[in-house]
Design a protein around this ligand. Structure first.
Ligand SMILES: NC(=O)c1ccc[n+]([C@@H]2O[C@H](COP(=O)([O-])OP(=O)(O)OC[C@H]3O[C@@H](n4cnc5c(N)ncnc54)[C@H](OP(=O)(O)O)[C@@H]3O)[C@@H](O)[C@H]2O)c1
Length: 332
């Protein structure tokens, strides 16, 4: 009887695996597609633009600094696969004025056609202890990382829904899956993206528009170098418990997941674990993904408890080290 039940369970799981691809979204064809990448002049965004260009897409790069945009355009153009491909550059601050963002997206659509994929990659990070961060830093990060993703998405969504085609990618961070020492301002701006993406996915799925949230780990980019300058010791030591990824590797994974219409995009085994652990009520794109989450949840939570314990001990050690000179002063 037990054997029969086990055989039935195995057969059921196998069936689900086989049916899974049938209910997953149809992959987006990148050749000839118009891909807009905000933050496309540097780091992960530039590598995403290169990856899409290599697969035959037309690209609009959006960022503020015109020199950096032109430099990135030249770099991307080296990877063309046909002489029709175009890289368009648009200089705008994605976080300031919605009507300006709407205007430039309209211009891009007039030149290269409706947007098939929007990658919201413009963003920045500043670290520091909660009480040391200026209040303006919280406002700035929320504005760039959150509103800077809302505005371009809002500007493309109506056309995507009308055409029944589209992908919207939000670049969050692993710090958007768990709160870490030093990231009170950054983490909250990246957590906000997850809420936006979940709600938006429910609205646009019936229109064949799919949303992807990417959670990159520490990645070797100019932005990461800037962030490192602001990290408190605790944040730096916690960061050093994992390795730093190459932006090309991160970009490849994001583009692959966006084409597939996967809601979640994570990198490496840590990323996989974190995403499974924090899936909550996030949509699943395939039955297999859902099954994996159900099966692995307990194991991953156990591993996570060890990680949390080691992060706590890093914070305690730093605190004690700082306290030592003060104690010595007091006893002198
Ligand atoms: N690198 C990492 O370790 C890491 C890890 C997790 C998540 N992320 C996220 O990945 C994204 C890219 O990071 P990155 O490290 O590749 O950064 P990066 O090298 O500093 O590139 C940031 C890009 O965003 C543009 N940008 C910034 N603010 C903008 C604004 N207000 N309006 C328009 N464009 C703006 C920048 O160009 P301009 O300055 O010329 O505007 C640049 O093109 C960010 O959202 C970041 O939070 C990064």
């Amino acid at each position: 009887m037990l054997l029969l039940a086990a055989a039935f369970l195995v057969a059921f799981v196998l069936l689900l695996y086989m049916v899974s691809p049938l209910i997953s979204p149809k992959p987006l064809a990148l050749p000839g597609a118009h891909v807009v990448v905000t933050g496309g002049s540097s780091g992960i965004g530039k590598c995403i633009a290169i990856e899409c260009y290599k697969q035959g897409a037309f690209i609009t790069l959006v960022a503020r600094n015109e020199d950096k945009l032109l430099q990135a355009k030249k770099e991307i153009e080296k990877h063309s696969i046909n002489d029709k491909q175009v890289v368009l550059c648009i200089s705008v601050d994605v976080s300031q004025d919605y009507s300006q963002v709407e205007n430039v997206i309209k211009q891009a659509q007039e030149k290269l056609g409706p947007v098939d994929m929007l990658v919201n990659c413009a963003g920045m990070s500043l670290a520091g202890k909660f009480e040391d961060l200026e209040v303006s830093t919280f406002e700035r990060l929320m504005s760039v990382n959150y509103l800077g993703s809302v505005y371009p998405s809002r500007a493309v969504i109506t056309t995507m829904k009308e055409r029944r085609v589209g992908r919207i990618v939000f670049v969050s961070s692993q710090a958007g899956q768990l709160g870490l020492f030093g990231f009170t301002a950054y983490s909250s701006s990246k957590f906000a993206i997850r809420g936006l993406a979940e709600a938006l996915q429910m609205e646009v799925k019936p229109y064949n528009v799919y949303v992807t949230v990417a959670y990159p780990p520490d990645t070797d980019t100019p932005g990461f170098a800037e962030e490192n300058k602001t990290k408190p010791l605790e944040t730096r030591l916690i960061s050093e418990t994992t390795s730093v990824c190459k932006p090309e590797q991160v970009a490849k994974q994001i583009v692959k997941d966006a084409i597939q219409g996967n809601f979640n995009s994570s990198i490496g085994s840590d990323g996989y674990m974190l995403s499974s652990l924090t899936c909550g009520m996030a949509p699943v794109t395939s039955i297999t993904e859902g099954l994996q989450q159900v099966v692995t949840m307990g194991l991953f939570r156990t591993i996570a408890l060890f990680y949390l314990g080691s992060f706590d001990s890093i914070v305690r050690r730093c605190m004690m080290q700082r306290a030592k000179p003060e104690m010595a002063d007091k006893t002198a």
